[in-house]
Design a protein around this ligand. Structure first.
Ligand code: PSU
Ligand code: MN
Length: 328
């Protein structure tokens, strides 16, 4: 057997839903939605409920949703209703990111795509706008600083784990606008912002000078950039993508006030969950899902309500952004 001189590329693995194909061909707005928050980020039935609500929010704002997941050796872009329900209930779904996309495809079965894998698939089919809850980033202690560097945490000197999400590398190399409620609050957010700056990723918040705090609308951390509204975001996204620099953008939208966790309550729950994860020796790709589940327990489900609200809100704003981009 001879090796092919050129790889067929991601698009050769994609199954596009007919509705998404038609929208892309006509230049109508499309929003990609990820699926690791369905398979690993939220418990059933909230995961299915939020996935449906996010798709509905995209439609209500005038765009076509394309939920992306790995199914039976293919990358599905746009899942039909029954497939979405199966994804939300299937046992043993994998978590596919840039380093594990091939593993998930070769294994067969279902995998949720993280921000990195979803960006790869979206870009491969020409979708420029993507909504998620919160991106992965630099975990606390990744570079050896105390693990619970949070004001409320005790902290212990740590060995560097180098646990930096492949989401950040992807933002540095794939030209897609990712709408989120900030990096997940379990992370070292200032270091995550430094990393994104180094990798050439514009990061800006809509309607605030502060980074949204994922579970909380505020974080106390200044946003690198700010635009007043979705129109302003569209101008920035269009300009950045037109430059052809290769990197994506991070568009940050605060969780709706009605469902947010108070900042202090979120900080305390996160510090407790991180200390518990540390004591239990949880590392690697399991860490983020483990922390989200532990925070849900510690907050008596309030974090799940906030997570649901922010995901649906991000989907709505991403659709407004896609509509604004399609107009010009
Ligand atoms: N947003 C949520 N919940 C999630 C995620 C995002 O509200 O579970 C997922 C995304 O798929 C993101 C992943 O890419 O968590 C980050 O995982 P890691 O830190 O292992 O890279
Ligand atoms: Mn990681």
């Amino acid at each position: 057997m001879t090796l092919q001189p050129r790889s067929p590329g991601v698009a050769a693995f994609v199954d596009l839903a007919p509705e998404v194909t038609a929208a892309l061909a006509a230049g109508r707005p499309v929003v990609a939605l990820e699926s690791t928050l369905v398979t690993h980020g939220l418990p059933y039935p909230e995961n299915l409920d939020v996935a449906r609500a996010a798709e509905a929010a995209v439609r209500a704002a005038g765009a076509v949703p394309a939920t992306i997941a790995v199914r039976a050796g293919r990358v599905a872009v746009g899942l039909e209703a029954e497939a979405l329900a199966e994804l939300a209930t299937v046992r043993g779904a994998r978590k596919a990111s840039r380093p594990t996309l091939a593993v998930a495809l070769a294994a067969g079965g279902w995998a949720g795509t993280t921000v990195s894998a979803t960006m790869i698939a979206a870009h491969a089919v020409g979708i420029a706008v993507f909504a998620t809850g919160g991106i992965g980033g630099v975990h606390r202690g990744a570079f050896g600083s105390p693990v619970a560097a949070d004001p409320s945490g005790g902290g212990r000197p740590a060995t560097a784990t180098l646990d930096v999400s492949s989401d950040l590398e992807e933002l540095g190399r794939t030209p897609v606008a990712v709408v989120c409620a900030g990096p997940k609050a379990i992370l070292d957010v200032p270091l995550t912002l430094e990393y994104l700056e180094t990798r050439g990723v514009p990061v800006f918040a809509i309607g605030t000078d502060e980074m949204p705090g994922f579970y909380s609308s505020r974080s106390g951390i200044p946003a690198p950039g700010s635009v007043p509204d979705v129109e302003g975001a569209a101008t920035l996204v269009r300009t950045h993508l037109a430059l052809g620099l290769g990197s994506g953008l991070l568009v940050c939208v605060p969780v709706p006030a009605a469902d947010e966790l108070p900042l202090e309550a979120a900080r305390a729950a996160i510090a407790r969950a991180i200390a518990d994860a540390d004591a239990a020796g949880v590392r690697g790709p399991k860490l983020t899902p483990w922390l989200l589940a532990r925070i849900a327990e510690v907050t008596g489900g309030a974090s799940v309500r906030a997570n649901r609200a922010l995901i649906v809100n991000d989907a709505r704003v991403a659709a407004q952004l896609a509509v604004a981009l399609a107009r010009i």
